[in-house]
Write a protein that binds this ligand. Structure first.
Ligand SMILES: Cc1cc2nc3c(=O)[nH]c(=O)nc-3n(C[C@H](O)[C@H](O)[C@H](O)COP(=O)(O)O)c2cc1C
Length: 359
């Protein structure tokens, strides 16, 4: 029996019998329990982790042991980082955290579409707030690269967004290797309007002046796949001008036409139906950025082949969320091995040699 069969036959049917949020809670509980059982985690870590010096890279001035990260939204509190950091990832992006704690939207707010390995969510940034997250992270040992993804508190007026983002970054920078300004989640009213070129420029300048000179970690921005190509290119240009450190492409999409169903749930769509769009955006960004900024590619990656394609489209790093739900905990091993096999068989010594090679 191979490792993926264990997930497909035993764990996935159990998780998929529960509501998606209860399944998430259960997996958290199982990880906590497993951590108390001798040999459980070392064994799981060995089964999920693939190591190779070819996969190591320096991006954002940071050393990543492999190019795969857990995308924002899976660990909204920071409490899962100690587990995820031992499950084959090279980095974990926690959050979205907001300046103030908030409950998010009423449940149900997360829905599976298993025929196409997709999810729709309208979580609405449920999170404990930056102060509580700082306490959580303070009690942890940091191992692999940890990013902090920050959003805007729903009750904070859009004009005061910069202060809210800056509050999270101030409180959390000492626990983070990089920060992300999330202006692309579809479930906070008005948030995506911050992607409009002039508003975007003002927001970033305001956040920067709130943060001051002492703020040192690289800051990236995460965009939506629902921008037009012109809007994307405008924003990329602005991102370079504003001296930000990189871009994350993409968040979930509001375009649910590819699901081919009447009345899909409200919220953002992720997983397989997002793959082509996110890959296309990565290619466009790579062509326009010309190496000036790194791209983190996310959206619909559910196999080693998908991850390799995203890197060849221009991503320096990739992330997964929905694919992890459908394919299970051994996906990081499969992704890293596929990329490494490709590098090996093409006589390449590092990931950097293949970034954007198919653009
Ligand atoms: C349930 C759920 C919650 C998410 N929450 C966040 C979030 O809080 N912040 C964020 O930037 N992205 C969030 N995302 C978006 C993911 O980080 C990712 O950009 C998107 O799902 C596309 O990747 P995927 O197809 O691999 O899931 C969330 C996605 C899902 C499915």
């Amino acid at each position: 029996m191979n490792r993926n069969t264990i997930y497909d036959l035993f764990l996935k049917p159990l998780f998929f019998r529960l509501s998606p949020e209860n399944a998430h809670q259960l997996s958290h509980g199982l990880l906590e329990l497993g951590d108390k059982i001798p040999f459980f985690f070392p064994t799981l870590q060995a089964l999920t982790t693939y190591e190779s010096s070819r996969l190591e890279s320096k991006v954002l001035g940071l050393s990543f042991k492999n190019p795969l990260g857990m995308a924002a939204g899976f660990d909204k509190t920071g409490e899962l980082y100690p587990f995820l950091s031992r499950l084959g990832f090279g980095h974990v992006e926690i959050g979205t955290v907001t300046g103030e704690a908030q409950a998010g939207n009423p449940q149900p707010r997360l829905f599976r579409y298993p025929k196409v390995n997709a999810l729709i969510n309208r979580m609405g940034f449920n999170n404990p707030g930056a102060e509580q997250m700082a306490r959580t992270l303070h009690s942890q040992k940091k191992s692999i690269i940890r990013g902090i993804n920050a959003g805007k508190t729903k009750l904070v007026n859009i004009e005061y967004s910069a202060k809210d983002y800056a509050k999270s970054f101030h409180l959390l920078q000492k626990y983070s290797d990089y920060g992300v300004i999330n202006i692309s989640s579809p479930n906070t009213p008005g948030l995506r309007s911050l992607q409009t070129r002039e508003t975007y420029k003002k927001l970033i300048n305001d956040i920067k002046s709130e943060l001051g000179e002492d703020f040192k970690i690289p800051i990236l921005v995460k965009f939506a796949p629902d921008l037009t190509e012109t809007e994307l290119i405008d924003n990329l240009e602005e991102t370079v001008n504003l001296n930000l450190s990189g871009v994350i492409l993409t968040n979930t999409t509001l375009d649910k036409s590819s699901l081919g169903i009447d009345n899909p749930e409200e919220g953002g769509l992720s997983g397989r139906p997002l793959k082509e769009k996110a890959n296309h955006f990565t290619k466009i960004a790579f062509q326009h950025l010309k190496g000036k900024l790194p791209i983190i590619g996310v959206g619909g990656i559910e196999s080693g082949k998908d991850a390799l394609e995203r890197i060849q489209s221009g991503a320096s790093l990739v992330q997964i969320y929905t694919g992890y739900i459908y394919k299970g905990p051994f996906l990081p091993y499969d992704i890293c091995k596929t990329i490494d096999d490709y590098l090996k068989s093409n006589n390449k010594t590092s990931i950097s040699e293949i970034i954007g090679e198919k653009v």
